[in-house]
Design a protein around this ligand. Structure first.
Ligand code: HPA
Length: 269
């Protein structure tokens, strides 16, 4: 808890004790969400006990700001397990959000489309996940003051937020797909055989993030919803080779739609 206090003290000294009620995590190439937002930016490198994020397409800052009159904190880029961060390091910001007073978390990510009915550019509301990372961020001594040893996962993707997201998409006249997110560690993309196997298991999209954050948020009783932007067909779904460049480019061109939906959700929370 001493570590958490040091992080909080630093953040509070920069934000004058700003108390966000909503947190947003932005995935690869989705940084344009922040283009017209003004507030207090804090680089991860300056925050005690935060890891530093070096992935192309991620900015590496927290932004504290008002969106539609709600107090928010935006994570511009996340810490991935494949970067070599431990699961604890990757999910540390969620523990900080809880202490700052965050009640709702909106997670976004770039994902590969496993479901053959999905297209590049589709936005998928995540109804549930399959943790295929082979580990879990809650492994280790449990801090009972923060959450239970064996947290229930039946509402990890909060049903009220799911319904709200659907309503908001309708308000915006936007097509919103629904599905299951399967998380791998990466960093290699999947083989075609793996994608076929994941489809049989029930996956609709695949990615290398989000599940650790969702597990920790659920443990901390932060209401969570996840939105994936399909940036590419998963391996074998089409003939094209996968590249991180394609993921970032699709994020940039299609991210606008997702930004609009997130702002509508924030407005209606
Ligand atoms: N696989 C895994 N992670 C991803 C993909 C993918 O196809 N696209 C974006 N992130």
């Amino acid at each position: 808890m001493e570590k958490i206090k040091e992080t909080l003290d630093y953040i509070n000294s920069k934000t004058n004790g700003f108390k966000p009620e909503i947190a947003v995590i932005l995935g690869s190439g989705l940084g344009s969400f922040c283009d017209n937002l003004k507030g207090c930016n804090i680089p991860y490198d300056d925050i005690p006990h935060f890891a530093s994020s070096n992935v192309k397409g991620h900015k590496g800052e927290l932004l504290f700001c008002k969106i539609n009159n709600k107090d928010c904190v935006i994570m511009q880029g996340r810490f991935h397990f494949y970067e070599g961060h431990s699961m604890q390091e990757a999910t540390y910001p969620i523990k900080i959000f809880k202490q700052l007073g965050v009640k709702n978390l909106i997670i976004t990510n770039a994902a590969g489309g496993v479901n053959k009915n999905f297209n590049v550019g589709d936005i998928v509301l995540i109804l549930d996940h399959i943790n295929f990372m082979g580990t879990n961020p809650l492994i280790g001594k449990n801090d009972d003051s923060l959450g239970e040893r064996f947290p229930d996962m039946s509402n990890c993707y909060d049903k009220e937020l799911i319904n709200l997201a659907k309503k908001c998409a309708k308000n915006l006249n936007m097509d919103l797909k629904e599905g299951v997110y399967l998380a791998t560690t990466g960093p290699s993309y999947e083989t075609a055989a793996e994608i076929r196997a994941y489809r049989v298991l029930g996956a609709d999209v695949v990615g290398m993030s989000s599940v650790p954050e969702a597990i920790v948020a659920n443990w901390l009783k932060i209401k969570t919803t996840t939105l994936s932007l399909v940036t590419n067909f998963a391996t074998g779904v089409s003939d094209t080779k996968l590249s991180h460049q394609e993921v970032i480019e699709t994020g940039k061109t299609q991210g606008q739609k997702l930004s609009g939906l997130i702002k509508e959700i924030i407005k209606n929370i």
